[in-house]
Design a protein around this ligand. Structure first.
Ligand code: SF4
Length: 328
């Protein structure tokens, strides 16, 4: 039996621009365009890329907050792509999300107990005493004082609010958590604490993570594998250590080169990257990275490279790695 917990197959999400009730859209934003990957049980899978690369849209399709335009999401082999609300209910319990902003993702009018145990209401009618007990246990697990159960979100710091969000995600004993930029709104000193907490909880609860971030230095600490997204597609996937030591896509090299390293022997030769990310409304022909890539050659401008395996666990979408050695 496959150990894959979740499989994404050719997932795509296009957003219409313009148009109305009786008129067609004038253009489409291809936020995610044909993304495939799988996450194993107990694995942390990192998705990194610049703002606007489609990583948040991808995460929202996995938890079914967004309907895919095309493609499939399979959870433990079951296709959950087109399930209706009722059919989706047992899967919602298994797949939870932690949002980026601990300030706006918590209802300011609810007590911590109500927030943390709210997901229980979708799966039964828990008593007040049960909710209080569950909240107290989870607050202890995530490093909050159970005595603070009756407090409201504004009475907590940013890091504590994110811990409340994590406790809420854990409440229904999920198997997969999609963590969408879970530490980017926090002070640097607090980020490490929350990352360590997520790592500890993974070990204790046997969780899998899809960890979405613009910051490779955050992802590399907690993830077993890293996928790099650029303009709606994955351009490289590899186990974390291999990715750090032998990244093959020029875009990955540039992202890594931007991370400060204390080890002077750890040198990565970055590819030059100029200009902004092209618009997903009108992506460039050929390799989407070619307008910013110092290695681009004629083929890159006319043909889109496929994500191909360079080893069993390492896949890259770049002609420099397709066995033809960058034939011009
Ligand atoms: Fe650069 Fe060409 Fe590789 Fe794209 S395919 S990353 S343009 S070398």
């Amino acid at each position: 039996m496959s150990s894959d917990l979740i499989i994404a197959r050719d997932l795509a999400r296009y957003f219409p621009l313009g148009g109305g009730l009786f008129t067609k859209p004038t253009a489409w934003v291809k936020a995610v365009d044909g993304v495939s990957f799988s996450v194993r049980k107990g694995e942390s899978f990192g998705v990194v890329g610049e703002s606007g690369c489609g990583k948040t849209t991808l995460g929202q399709m996995i938890v079914r907050l967004l309907e895919p335009t095309a493609g499939q999401v399979l959870f433990k082999g079951d296709d959950i792509t087109h399930l209706n609300r009722r059919e989706l209910s047992p899967f919602r319990q298994k797949i939870q999300i932690i949002f980026q902003d601990p300030y706006s993702s918590l209802d300011p009018r609810m007590t911590v107990t109500s927030i943390i145990t709210e997901p229980l209401l979708a799966h039964g009618k828990p008593t007040k005493a049960h909710r209080r007990q569950v909240a107290a246990d989870l607050m202890k697990k995530v490093g909050l004082r159970p005595d603070d159960q009756k407090k409201f979100p504004h009475e907590f710091s940013g890091g504590q609010r994110q811990r409340i969000g994590i406790a809420r995600a854990l409440c229904v004993r999920p198997e997969l958590i999609v963590a969408d930029e879970p530490v980017s709104a926090l002070d640097v000193s607090i980020q490490a604490q929350v990352i360590n907490l997520l790592g500890d909880l993974r070990d204790e609860f046997g969780l899998s993570y899809i960890f979405i971030s613009h910051d490779i230095s955050v992802v590399e600490h907690i993830c077993d594998r890293i996928a790099v997204m650029y303009l709606g597609g994955i351009v490289e996937v590899a186990p974390t250590e291999l990715f750090i030591s032998d990244q093959r896509h020029p875009y990955s090299a540039t992202l890594l080169a931007a991370v400060p390293r204390p080890d002077p022997n750890h040198r990565i030769q970055p590819a030059a990257m100029e200009g902004d990310v092209p618009s997903p409304i009108d992506p460039p022909p050929g390799c989407p990275f070619h307008p910013r890539c110092e290695h681009a050659f004629d083929r890159c401008r006319n043909e889109k490279p496929k994500l191909i395996n360079v080893t069993d666990e390492h896949a890259v979408a770049c002609f420099l790695n397709d066995g033809q050695g960058g034939v011009k």
